[in-house]
Design a binder for this molecule. Structure first.
Ligand code: PMP
Length: 287
């Protein structure tokens, strides 16, 4: 069975889903997107993702084509039709199709494209062994709080990571870590304090980050929201990343230097377990 995707009102085999040449997503990267984790066939923390999508659309002034209930229905339907039990739902909205011109077109209708990916989250090797990270300059624009389709800086950052034998890039600005190419970055100091950069226009407000902040508080683990430098990260006892498709993943080296003893650390493991418990909890408890 071929993969079923959603495009502008229809569920289609991926081979039949075609986007017009003049789509502004293709021409300008003029659009925004979201990505939601799927565990046990269920969307994880979906309301928070839809809230961020609504905000991204508002900030770039693209009309939101669906209500929250409609989005949820489309996501669930796509997960069901593709038989996804563990993985990811991706969806993007562009400003639509119009002759190439920078200003907003008069009557363009937003393009909506959605697909699923099957992916191991709970048993991902990265979660067991930890991953390597390299630091790169943060080359992005100044509205990183918007989940924009313009991902060229992240493409270059993550390719640089791969070429250095690492699995993620941590982007750095003025000596401070902003975030990962597609994840939020955390360190745990030798005193056991979990540190994450505060929200601002400099980073994406990670949904996994947000959930973990609340969950860790409940578990009595204190999180500190402040900037941290690359040197502080090198010297950390533990480091980890969070994202909707990976949850909490340990980082065992940064720029080739071992973090702590070079193995996934105990606090990171505990935070991963806490997050998984939330994601697998009965629906009423998770929302
Ligand atoms: N920062 C960036 C730049 C990202 O692309 C992502 C992945 N969406 C994240 C952080 C993590 O966000 P979330 O937990 O919502 O997936």
């Amino acid at each position: 069975m071929s993969r079923i995707v959603f495009l502008n009102g229809s569920f289609l085999p991926i081979e039949e889903a075609k986007v017009p040449f003049m789509d502004r997503g293709f021409m300008f990267g003029d659009g925004v997107y979201e990505g939601v984790g799927v565990l046990e066939g269920r969307l994880v923390d979906n309301d928070a993702h839809l809230e961020r999508l609504e905000r991204s659309l508002r900030e770039v002034r693209i009309p939101n084509p669906y209500t929250r209930a409609e989005w949820t229905h489309l996501e669930e339907e796509l997960v069901r039709r593709n038989g996804v039990t563990e993985g990811f739902v991706y969806f993007q909205v562009t400003r639509g199709v119009a002759e190439r011109d920078f200003m907003f077109p008069e009557n363009a209708v937003p393009t909506v494209a959605m697909f699923t990916q099957v992916k191991a989250i709970l048993d991902a090797p990265a979660a067991r062994t930890g991953i390597a990270v390299v630091t790169v300059p943060d080359l992005r624009w100044k509205r990183r709080d918007i989940k924009s389709l313009n991902l060229l800086a992240q493409v270059l950052a993550k390719q640089a990571a791969r070429e250095a034998g690492a699995q993620e890039a941590w982007m750095v600005e003025d000596g401070f870590v902003t975030e990962g190419g597609s994840s939020s970055g955390f360190i745990i100091t030798r005193e056991g304090r979990v540190v994450v950069r505060p929200l601002s226009n400099a980073i994406l407000p990670g949904i996994t980050r947000k959930a973990l902040l609340a969950l860790s508080k409940d578990a009595g683990i204190e999180l500190e929201e402040r900037l941290f430098t690359v040197d502080e990260a090198y010297d950390a006892a533990e480091a980890f990343l969070t994202s909707a498709s990976m949850f909490v993943v340990p980082i065992v080296s940064i720029d080739g230097r071992a973090i702590g003893n070079g193995k996934p650390g105990p606090i990171t493991k505990k935070l991963r377990d806490i997050y998984i418990r939330m994601a697998t909890a009965p629906r009423m408890a998770a929302e």
